[in-house]
Design a protein around this ligand. Structure first.
Ligand code: SAM
Length: 169
C-alpha cells in the first residue's frame, strides 16, 4: 500500500510540474542564509514574499533572520509539506500570477525566473503601482530580461521596483 502513496505522490508532483513548467528545486539553504544574514540583512519590519515557496526552505531562513515571511505556492503537496514544516508562517495556496501581493510586502524573492521574466517584470510594475511604494525583487538563478540589476550578491540579483510617480525628477 505504501508504494501506492509514493507512486501517487510522484505522479502529482510531475503532473503539476509538466502543467506549470516550473520544476520544484529548493534554493540552497546556505545561499539563502548568506543573503539574508550577511549580504542583504533583513530588518524586523521587513515582509518578504517568496513567490513559489516550495517546501518553505526560504521562508524558514527569513523567519530566522527576524523578518516576516509569506509564501505563495500552488502545488498542493508542497503547500501542505511547507505548512507542516513551517508552522506559524503565512502560506497561501494561490497562483503567483493572479494573487495580489500582501499590502505590507517590502521584498519579493523568486527562484528561477526563466521564460517568465517579462511576465514577472509586468507583475512587479503592476503591484508597486497598486501599493504606491518601492519593493525590492531578489532573483535566484536567472536575470530579468532587458533590465540591469541594481546590485548583486553571490548568486542573487537585486532589482528595485518603484512606482512610476517616484521615478519623476
Ligand atoms: C524552483 S521552486 C523554488 C522553491 C522555493 N522558493 C525555494 O527557493 O526553495 C519553484 C516553486 O514555484 C512553484 N510554482 C510554480 N508556478 C507557480 C505558480 N504559478 N503559482 C504558485 N507557485 C508556483 C512550484 O510548485 C515550486 O514549488
Amino acid at each position: 500500500m505504501t508504494w501506492l502513496y509514493i507512486v501517487g505522490g510522484v505522479v502529482v508532483v510531475l503532473g503539476f510540474t509538466a502543467f506549470f513548467g516550473a520544476p520544484y528545486v529548493p534554493s540552497r539553504r546556505r545561499d539563502v542564509r548568506r543573503l539574508f544574514m550577511n549580504d542583504y540583512p533583513l530588518r524586523s519590519d521587513d515582509v518578504v514574499l517568496d513567490l513559489g515557496s516550495g517546501d518553505g526552505t526560504v521562508l524558514r531562513v527569513i523567519r530566522q533572520a527576524g523578518a516576516r515571511a509569506i509564501g505563495y505556492e500552488l502545488h498542493p503537496l508542497l503547500y501542505w509539506v511547507s505548512k507542516v514544516l513551517t508552522p506559524g508562517v503565512q502560506i497561501r495556496m494561490v497562483n503567483i500570477w493572479t494573487a495580489p501581493f500582501p499590502k505590507d510586502v517590502t521584498v519579493v524573492y523568486i527562484f528561477s525566473v526563466g521564460r517568465d521574466g517579462n511576465r514577472l517584470v509586468r507583475k512587479m510594475q503592476r503591484e508597486v503601482a497598486r501599493l504606491g511604494r518601492t519593493v525590492t525583487l531578489i532573483c535566484y538563478g536567472n536575470p530579468l530580461p532587458g533590465r540591469a540589476p541594481d546590485s548583486a550578491a553571490g548568486p542573487y540579483l537585486l532589482y528595485r521596483f518603484r512606482p512610476l510617480h517616484l521615478n519623476k525628477p
